[in-house]
Design a protein around this ligand. Sequence first.
Ligand SMILES: CC(C)(COP(=O)(O)OP(=O)(O)OC[C@H]1O[C@@H](n2cnc3c(N)ncnc32)[C@H](O)[C@@H]1OP(=O)(O)O)[C@@H](O)C(=O)NCCC(=O)NCCS
Length: 147
Amino acid sequence: MPEIGELERNSAYAYVLLCAHFAGTAIVAHDGAELAGFVLGYRPPTAPDAVFVWQVGVRPAWRGAGLGQRMLDEVVRRAGEVAAVRELQATVAPDNHASRALFHGFARRRGVACAVRAGFPAALFPTAHADEELLVIGPLPGGGGHG
Ligand SMILES: CC(C)(COP(=O)(O)OP(=O)(O)OC[C@H]1O[C@@H](n2cnc3c(N)ncnc32)[C@H](O)[C@@H]1OP(=O)(O)O)[C@@H](O)C(=O)NCCC(=O)NCCS
């Protein structure tokens, strides 16, 4: 989905790996035959009760209608059917307002905290890159399900 411009493009092999090995925490949203959005996540080996959202994207025509929120809800719900999900984690660039609003909204609707911690500093990246702050949302009740 090249028009989701803010997302860093990774190799096709990386996406295939994510979908093959972490299908339980990957979502693709369709509107009829059209792809509308996706979420790729996984449980970090160092934090198996968390779901880390690596990338979330909604095509421009479908933005602002709650699809991002619905996909996060669904990823956490599906993961929670396998094992409890206590936290949702993501890293976000400071100037990505839509992404920050998405994750803060997820926390607010559940009445839980969204802690902002040091994530991946710009110095880790070989080319120009903003600091990535780590958002930690939780504790999620009841294994992650909503409502
Ligand atoms: C971030 C993104 C996935 C949000 O998807 P979306 O379907 O438009 O989000 P939603 O409609 O579910 O909105 C979620 C919240 O974000 C807010 N929001 C959405 N777009 C916004 C924008 N451009 N600026 C500020 N807030 C915004 C909504 O008002 C909503 O807030 P609320 O929960 O307080 O009501 C989408 O903008 C996108 O694909 N961006 C490019 C890719 C990207 O940056 N991904 C994140 C980094 S991996």
